[in-house]
Ligand binder design. Structure first.
Ligand code: PLP
Length: 404
């Protein structure tokens, strides 16, 4: 069969590993296999009822037509109010845009700003879409390995060492997917003093896990510690993770006017606008009650604590206590070259991940897709029962390995 010829630029992009794994978990379940999916990176709560109601009212009220490509003015006002309320940062409406998920905002922002060969500094472990999108835009992802000893965070010295004449962006993500690392005000102050020295380097801060910070820590953005970076900082965020609305596809970007207008232009010639109904729902999410977020956070924190204990009690595995998001990044280095009961060696992290799927029936994600091996990511955004049973099954499967 002759293959359809894709464009040369498609060679620069790889599929999302987590989307692939979710599809695989669903396929196995449909075959009656009892797989526990700890690969998934989305809340297990339902979207709150008043947000659902706002969407239903929007449908019934005829909010079903094209909207401005950067979103309804009321949604932009809700984002503006949120930025003042939560970040103490003021933005004009033409510095705000909404889109079909924060991923679309990220994609358009990089497409609108990267010239071939421009470098983008990405601290690793990172969310897998960053380097893929950079490459698709003909930029060069510059991966900075961050050590577990520094909670997987980039240091000011590292940042300084990786900046070149071609550096266009640094991407910061706190709390981080996949490690749960969180940048404190002190961390951000040190990074910002380096960034103040390089006024051509822009800062993209991905704050999608903003509401998921534990142990009484408070979220902080780099602009709150160094407001002078505002004219070259893009904040991306959305309702997916905070309000359990991943399927609604609604994200937003806040930043320099020119860049926001570039993002809007690309939306107008691609998706046109984010779904009108999701926009109405997002207004309800951003302006409605916020106190339930504390209860959700408490529930995630309980699952984090329980899974942290369980993982660290499994011989040969270890993870550090994550401060935010809903993931553990598990070090599995000691299992490399362990032997299964069939006499096969687990030579790579991928072998370990497939062994866990086959033997424990637990789906996790290998660290290669986050840029730092040998690790795997476990999500605890699943029921406490799933999280505990998943960890116990992993423990049992590992106890059957012969480890040197
Ligand atoms: N940023 C990070 C770090 C993520 O983990 C994800 C989703 O997994 C996103 C952005 C995308 O979120 P959205 O649903 O708003 O596109």
């Amino acid at each position: 069969m002759t293959m359809f010829d894709l464009s040369a630029r498609m060679k620069n992009i790889q599929p999302s590993v987590t989307f692939g794994l979710n599809a695989k978990a669903n396929e196995l379940r449909s075959q009656g296999i009892d797989v526990i999916n700890l690969a998934i990176g989305e809340p297990d709560f339902d979207t709150p009822e008043w947000i659902q109601d706002a969407a239903i009212n929007a449908i019934k009220g005829g909010i079903t037509r094209y909207t401005p490509s950067d979103g309804f003015p009321d949604l932009k006002k809700a984002i503006q109010t949120k930025m003042t309320r939560d970040y103490k940062l003021d933005y004009d409406l033409d510095m705000i845009t909404a889109g079909a998920g924060s991923k679309q905002i990220l994609f358009n922002a990089l497409l609108a700003s990267i010239n071939p060969g421009d470098e983008v500094i990405i601290p690793a472990p990172y969310w897998g879409s960053y380097p893929e999108i950079v490459r698709f835009c003909e930029g060069v992802p510059v991966i900075v390995p961050c050590s577990p000893q520094n909670d997987f965070k980039i240091t000011a010295n590292q940042l300084d060492g990786y900046i070149t004449d071609r550096t266009r962006w640094i991407i910061l993500n706190s709390p981080n997917n996949p490690t749960g690392a969180y940048y404190s005000g002190e961390n951000l102050k040190k990074l910002s003093s380096v960034l103040m020295e390089y006024n051509k380097v822009n800062i993209l801060t991905d704050d999608i896990y903003e509401n998921l910070i534990y142990d009484d820590e408070k979220f902080i953005n780099i602009l709150q510690v160094e407001p002078r970076l505002k004219f070259r900082t893009l904040i991306i965020n959305g309702v997916s993770k905070s309000y359990a609305m991943t399927g609604w596809r609604l994200g937003f970007g806040v930043g320099p006017k020119n860049l926001i207008q570039g993002i809007k232009l690309l939306s107008s010639q691609s998706t046109s606008n984010a779904c009108s109904i999701s926009q109405a729902a997002a207004i309800a999410a951003l302006t409605g009650p916020q106190d339930f977020l504390e209860d959700w956070k408490k529930s995630y924190q309980e699952r984090r604590d329980a899974s942290f204990e369980l993982i660290n009690s499994i011989p040969h595995l270890s993870c550090i206590m994550p401060k935010g998001a809903f993931f553990h990044y598990v070090n599995c280095a000691k299992l490399i070259y362990s032997k299964t009961q069939n006499g096969n060696y687990l030579k790579t992290e991928d072998d370990i991940v497939s062994y866990l799927l086959t033997k424990a029936k637990v789906m996790v994600v290998g660290g290669a897709s986050f840029g730092l091996s040998p690790f795997f990511r476990i999500s605890y955004a699943s029921s406490m029962d799933n999280v505990k049973t998943g960890c116990k099954r992993i423990s049992k499967a590992i106890s059957n390995l012969i480890v040197n």
